[in-house]
Design a protein around this ligand. Structure first.
Ligand SMILES: [Mg+2]
Length: 425
């Protein structure tokens, strides 16, 4: 068996890079946004919304992701603000995944701008993995117009940690033997799955670096953090977590969500976003050869209050239409029209798709037809790319329709465009 080799490919400042390269390609900008103090977020006219991505020059003004646009403009009055465009992000993400699939035997998208590539056994095809990673990132920059970091290791955790070292446009390795030198000096907060509040608590225990954590007795960590304590100890020593790969992630179910920078109040817009979320979710479920029994929707409102609702299907399904119709009726029940900032859909209670059909009373072959339709769409997209077939409702949605809808609504009230943080994957 060849030694495992995992790449973690992560787009640098994804939303900003994707926007900048798209605007350069369309001739909108003469100067690259990445070279100017610029940010994605909100609406420059209304000064509403939050910053979801910023350029390196903007960072020098102290602008941080997640801060209100009005505050960022006070720090840098000449800041160029560009509204978010989730259909652009979805297209750029798809282009990246398609390029990775040309070379990697297995591509596992981790979020809209990150993917794990299992490159085990490819050395005979591509040669040294580090040299190949350089070629891969250069091809992405040349053909797609944006830069990525590639982290390389023998497991997912270490590859992901490695891709987070110095940016942009870099390749880093983090082999297990390099852990003491490259990973242990980092602050504990840099370790995957260590959140801000955990890092604070670790600090109060005198655990400042990942190396400190790696050397802490397990029972001490368990007494303060429970099961998460032993998990953190394992990660600090480079052990693969059980939930980083799609195989394990999917045992918890599938989910797909979008963060929106403006207050989402328009039911028609919410319906379109939900449909787009369901399309990606259902395609991923089918890709894994699965079906789900439980469908849920969830949201966060503008005061960051969460709510969710779920229901069990009569029969397990991977049909886009079934999942979408169910999710839409759940959203109708759940949502009273309050302004939303995040919308998500999830599927769980996974059945392996046996290809057999449990007909319900009213089925009459409809479900089989829906499944055949989805399979045909998947095949076409697999062969000719994601944009080769689109729902009529989305045709031109990224261009004319959304613009029209936005300008119609902006006459009624000022608003910002939609911005996702983790829409697909
Ligand atoms: Mg990224």
């Amino acid at each position: 068996m060849p030694d495992p080799i995992i790449f973690h490919v992560d787009v640098n400042s994804a939303f900003l890079s994707w926007t900048a390269s798209d605007r350069m390609a369309k001739g909108i900008d003469k100067v690259d946004l990445r070279d100017l103090p610029s940010a994605i977020g909100g609406d420059p006219k209304t000064r509403h919304g939050i910053i979801t991505a910023k350029s390196i020059p903007a960072k020098r003004y102290g602008i941080v992701t997640g801060e209100p646009v009005s505050q960022a403009l006070r720090k840098c009055p000449s800041l160029i603000l560009v509204p978010g465009d989730y259909s652009l992000y979805a297209r750029q993400s798809q282009a990246l995944m398609d390029l990775l699939r040309k070379y990697a035997p297995a591509v596992d998208p981790f979020s809209i701008d990150e993917a794990f590539c299992d490159m085990t056994g490819t050395a005979s095809l591509y040669g040294d993995p580090v040299l190949f990673a350089h070629k891969l990132k250069d091809e992405i920059r040349r053909d797609l117009g944006f830069t990525v970091n590639v982290g390389i290791s023998s497991n997912h955790l270490l590859a992901k940690m490695a891709s987070d070292f110095t940016k942009p446009d870099r390749v880093h390795t983090l082999w297990p033997r390099e852990i003491p030198r490259k990973m242990w000096p980092l602050p504990a907060a840099d370790l995957l799955f260590v959140g801000e509040s955990t890092a604070q608590k670790l600090k109060s225990l005198g655990i400042l670096t990942i190396g400190d954590l790696a050397g802490t007795p397990e029972d001490l960590l368990v007494s303060h953090f429970g099961k998460h304590g032993s998990q953190m100890l394992a990660y600090a020593n480079g052990t693969e977590p059980s939930d980083l790969t799609s195989r394990h992630r999917k045992s918890r179910g599938f989910s797909n969500e979008i963060t929106i920078s403006h207050d989402l109040v328009d039911r028609e817009e919410a319906r379109l976003i939900l449909l787009s979320l369901c399309e990606t979710l259902a395609a991923r479920i089918r890709l894994q050869g699965d079906k789900i029994r439980l469908v849920g929707v969830y949201y966060k409102d503008s005061s960051f209050v969460s709510a969710s609702r779920q229901t069990r299907l009569n029969r397990s399904s991977s049909s886009t239409q079934t999942i979408y119709e169910t999710a839409l009726s759940l959203l109708h029940e759940l949502w009273d029209g309050r302004p939303l900032r995040l919308l998500g859909v999830r599927g769980s209670e996974i059945d392996k798709d046996s290809g057999s059909y449990q007909m319900d009373l009213f089925d009459a072959g409809k479900n089989r037809k829906l499944d055949q339709l989805d399979a045909a769409v998947d095949q076409i997209r697999d062969k000719f790319g994601d944009s080769s077939i689109r729902r009529a409702v989305f045709l031109g949605a990224d261009e004319t329709d959304l613009k029209k809808r936005r300008s119609n609504r902006s006459r009624k009230k000022p608003e910002d465009p939609t911005e996702p943080e983790t829409p697909c994957c």
